[in-house]
Ligand binder design. Sequence first.
Ligand code: ZN
Length: 174
Amino acid sequence: MTENCECPSEAGSETCEPATATSSVACPACAESGKTIDSLTLKAMLAHSLTELRETEYRFCRTTDCSVVYYSVDGKQQFSERDLREAVHNKHPDDDSVFVCYCFRHTPQSIKEEIVRTGGSTVVASITAGIQAGQCACDIRNPQGSCCLGNVRAVVDRAEAAESAAVQPTSSPR
Ligand SMILES: [Zn+2]
């Protein structure tokens, strides 16, 4: 009857998946395709007992206005921020207090303050130096499970644009 079931026999029939179960890489809430994530990242981030994790593939949803952060591709589990140990930058790219670099603890606020104070940002160089020194652990500290530099560059670009707009008032049309 359940000849395709791959559950260990001691798991009991409750855990058996129908052989026809379809996997989907799309987020069940926003339908965007999620990013593959290592189970180590989920283990590091989850604020629940790790007995909840199963032998399945989990993905990370990057969509800003979607409340789902991680989901299983079999559609059975979803985790939102309240299930996690960290606030997720990708869900709050404009929140100054949410880390954008989790390894070296930079926030949009700290990045903006440096730009206002000095006119520039050393954050990318500083993170790059940390990576080269082997001090980075994005797989276990960053909810997206991968390097933060793309997100950091986006924050720096926005902050620099805002700062130059503030310094140089909108030029009057000739
Ligand atoms: Zn989503």
